[in-house]
Ligand binder design. Structure first.
Ligand code: DMJ
Length: 573
């Protein structure tokens, strides 16, 4: 080995100097690494990270527990979304004032986070079960869907898709493709399976065009048909999807069927016929319609219980809350979904509305408009949370009312929505009770302990969304934002979102249930409330009662449908 000679330095001496230099350099590079590392971990290192990792966002690093990694990924997703939203905001011509504009952006971002949080927790602790129990962090199967599973997955498909949470949507779609088993035994509610599973799969198909949803929904539709095998064709409430046997709910008087159940099939069944080219689905619901149209109605009202054997009313309880609610909703929506050609549905809706106005619409001493319940001519001055959907229903139906009634219906829609908002503002949590009353001095407050709970229901927010679309009055967004804050404050727990037992107690007690309709309805309606009107425009879509969008069947149906259907998006889009 030849070393360059330096004066006065022996070969061995040079070797020594070199190794000293090497140690010194090693020490120096260590020092530099330490300094840089320290800069990165100093509390205010974000700015430096931006300088060093500019343009390409700081990558999520998978260190520590799986939770840390998920949290990192969530933050990265959120940042990506926020950037994209900011870009969109720049392009958008704002038609609302600056504050609402900012609120819109903040709310949108927040809702995406809420959906992701609800979904991630469901996925983590309850995957494949029907619902998440967020306190005990496990899954819930329940009794409503018989042997069917994955209610939260089916209910979330369209919400994930419209929120552009595409990786999550893909997970949901894969589950449907590989795990949704329709050959199940057990007691299923015809109504619940229809609004959640049939509605969820239909809207997923219409939004994405993915054939797997079409195949599954047609298979499921066939399995529901035996429920209609009764002397009148009015279906019974419960069906075993495996055996096809069906029966009435044990709690329904005299083996009756429930108005809100057999009256809430029309939209989905018409679409099943459209998709399959098999008229049988439409025939089943048209038969229900025919009977209801023909039967005598007390004061023009539709009672909640009807015998599937005789076709007569079983008792005279009328309500726009539970047991009756979505029947009225489906009348006006059938008309709208038919591109305003279904004149029979229109007539039935507006005559029912006349009867409701004459018999159920009331004014409280404090000036609040509400919808009372009717028991054989006697009024119960109570309004259920469920009945709060009526603000939205009256709103979307106003336009096609008789010319002299249009404004009246829109006003009534606003008044009912206002009353429902009042029921929220009068509680400690700013969330509304299951039912509120207007008697014994009560004004939109629950008077019974058993009616004080809130289970993440959507109806009040649903009405805010419709009223916003119809009037663009900023108060509806402000009220929606109040609901977001209340949900975050009182219903968010470490393992997801939970209902609460008493909206009037400031120290809340959670019910340990994240209902699937929270993902399908509550969060979707909030998201739409803060979106532009061209996201699922009301001229093109109707929402089923579980908030699953179904396309309006335009006269030139095929052409229209093709223009609505976007190709299945992928996470990379
Ligand atoms: C949902 O399943 C539907 O909105 C139904 O019409 C009523 N109940 C729940 C939400 O509260």
């Amino acid at each position: 080995m030849v070393f360059r000679k330096f004066p006065g330095v022996s070969a061995s001496g040079m070797g020594l100097r070199l190794s000293q230099k090497f140690v010194f350099l090693l020490f120096l590079s260590g020092l530099v690494t330490l300094c840089l590392g320290a800069l990165f971990f100093l509390p205010d290192s974000a700015r430096l990270k931006r300088i060093f990792l500019s343009k390409t966002e700081a990558q999520p690093v998978t260190v520590g527990s799986e939770n840390d990694a998920r949290e990192q990924a969530r933050k990265a997703d959120a940042a990506k979304y926020k950037r994209r939203e900011r870009e969109r905001m720049k392009e958008r011509v704002c038609d609302y004032n600056k504050i609402i504009g900012e609120l819109n952006l903040k709310a949108h971002f927040c809702l995406l986070q809420m959906m992701k949080f609800a979904w991630d927790n469901y996925k983590h602790y309850a995957w494949g079960k029907n619902e998440l129990r967020p306190l005990t962090r496990n899954g819930h199967i329940g009794t409503m869907f018989g042997g069917l599973r994955g209610a939260s997955i089916i209910d979330s498909l369209d919400t994930l898709y419209i929120m552009d949470l595409l990786e999550e949507y893909e997970e949901a779609k894969d589950w449907v493709e590989n795990n949704l088993d329709l050959n199940s035994n057990g007691e299923s509610s015809l109504f619940e399976v229809n609004i959640r599973y049939v509605g969820g799969l239909l809207s997923a198909y219409y939004l994405t065009g993915n054939e797997v949803f079409k195949k599954k929904v047609l298979e499921l539709g066939e399995k529901l048909l035996p429920a209609f095998n009764t002397p009148t064709g009015i279906p019974r409430g419960v069906i075993n999807l495996g055996s096809g046997t069906s029966w009435s709910w044990g709690w329904a008087s005299a083996g009756s069927s429930i108005l809100a159940e057999f009256g809430t099939l029309h939209l989905e069944f018409v679409h099943l016929s459209e998709l399959s080219n098999n008229p049988v689905f439409r025939e089943k619901v048209m038969n229900i319609r025919k009977l209801l149209n023909k039967i005598e109605k007390p004061h023009g009202l539709y009672p909640n219980f009807l015998s599937p054997v005789t076709g007569n009313w079983v008792q005279h309880h009328v309500s726009l809350g539970g047991l009756g609610d979505s029947f009225y909703e489906y009348l006006i929506k059938s008309y709208l979904m038919s591109d305003k050609t279904d004149e029979e549905a229109k007539k039935m809706y507006y005559s029912a509305l006349e009867a409701i106005e004459a018999n159920l619409v009331q004014q409280s001493p404090g000036g609040l408009t509400y919808l009372a319940e009717w028991r054989g001519g006697i009024l119960d001055h109570k309004m259920g949370h469920l009945a709060c959907f009526a603000g939205g229903m009256l709103g979307i139906g106003a336009e096609d009312g008789a010319p002299e009634k249009k404004q009246r219906y829109l006003d009534l829609a606003g008044e009912i929505t206002h009353t429902c908002h009042e029921s929220y503002t009068r509680s400690a949590t700013k969330l509304g009770p299951e039912a509120f009353r207007f008697d014994a001095g009560a004004e939109a407050t629950a008077t019974r302990l058993s009616e004080r709970y809130y289970i993440l229901r959507p109806e009040v927010i649903e009405s805010y969304m419709y009223m916003w679309r119809l009037t663009h009055d900023p108060k509806y967004r402000e009220w929606g934002w109040e609901a977001v804050e209340a949900l975050e404050k009182h219903c968010r727990v470490e393992g997801g979102y939970s209902g609460i037992r008493d909206v009037y107690a400031s120290a809340v007690s959670h019910d340990n249930m994240q209902q699937s309709f929270f993902l399908s309805e509550t969060l979707k309606y909030l998201y739409l409330l803060f979106s532009d009107d061209d996201l699922l425009p009301l001229q093109d879509w109707v929402f089923n009662t579980e908030a699953h969008p179904l396309p309006i069947i335009h006269r030139n149906c095929l052409q229209r449908q093709n223009s609505l259907q976007k190709p299945d998006k992928t996470p990379a889009d």
